[in-house]
Design a protein around this ligand. Sequence first.
Ligand code: PMP
Length: 466
Amino acid sequence: MDGNHLDNDLSRVIAADKANVWHHLFQHKVLEENDPRIIVEGKGMRVWDQNGKEWLDAVSGGVWTVNVGYGRESIAKAVHDQILKMCYFAQAAGSVPGALFAEKLIEKMPGMSRVYYVNSGSEANEKAFKMVRQIAHKKYGGKKTKILYRDRDYHGSTLATMSAGGQQERNMQYGPFAPDFIKVPHCMEYRKHEHGMEHLEGEELGIAMANLIEEVILQEGPDTVGALCLEPVTAGGGVIEAPEGYWPRVQEICKQYDVLLHIDEVVCGIGRTGTEWFGYQHYGIKPDFVTMAKGVASGYAAIAVMVTTEEVFNMFKDDASDPMNYFRDISTFGGCTAGPAAALENMRIIEDEGLLENCTNMGARLRGNLEALMEKHAVIGDVRGKGLFMGAELVSDRDTKEPAPEAKVQAVIAECGAQGVIIGATNRSVPGRNNTLCFSPALIATADDIDKITEAVDVALTRVFG
Ligand code: PMP
């Protein structure tokens, strides 16, 4: 990198941004006194801003997206060649990369069968919700319209997906929400006391937490509940993996009450949790819907998909004499071929470079380093996650588990930034308590990258908390 990324136009670009852009999840008042950060270039694990400052990106593009790292020429070429040949046609017709990526994806998802193309995680989730509702009307006479979602989980930014949003901080000020979305309790071991389960451990705890879902189904009436939507490892709610025993019991409950299981792999999908392609595959469960977005093309193109089973697919195919009996839904940009072209190459890279294995190994190193920091810094109350998807929850008091003040958590992030390392914080469940540092480096991370990240955190924690 030459360090002169915007030499000619630096002030023009900054002025254009300040005058015209509305940034996401951002309070713009600070830009009255400061310049925005503009990320100009990226290569591998690193990005460069407008001032030529180099950053080690420990969060894959901010929101766990760029799984294969920046600057992949082969993805650029695949997209370039594809869009020159055929850029777009509505998905009622097929496309070459659409067919080939679907085939490759289904190969990695035994038991799943059909790929539906859209362009964001929220949209993929809404498509599954719509299918559940249509099935309720087709098969259950308008009953079974209820969709269960879990406290602390997140499924998107649209009003329907927010109706299934378990994070109070994100939802406040945006209601009222859509009806028939019902919350079930979280499965967070660290905060099991919130369910009065302090005395339970391991599998017993997992089963008891899954049974909380059954209680809700029984309260609502099993004949009204159509689906259960869960993240395999909760992301924005605090990086939460359910205790052992949870998932098999969830599967049993779904089967018993005829509830479709929708797994939201928007974050975990395509290798983020290591070893397996998908988070749910660690737990031996069989979903009815799987949605994914971020890592599908590592952010090189906007693509998300909803995948379902042959059984669900057939419900929308049988009885073709009824002109209304098909999934009457469209997504304009689901027909962009850049998405599947990039996704196909992204998957090839992950396979050929052994990135699932690297993710497992580097994830273990990241966990080990964070656990070592926990010995040193009392403010770390818990370290958790899977693969290269880890969280370190900061608390003011390890006994009460009182979350550390958000201003201090932000100061830790800023101190990491001062050392050239970008990390994030999450736990948007409780307003003002965004207290879990999160780490999701690209799956190409080396041992040296991982150590640099945790060394920066060590220094930052000392500076902020002493
Ligand atoms: N589900 C989960 C688990 C997510 O983390 C997100 C995004 N952070 C979404 C869905 C929504 O995805 P998108 O922003 O692409 O709509």
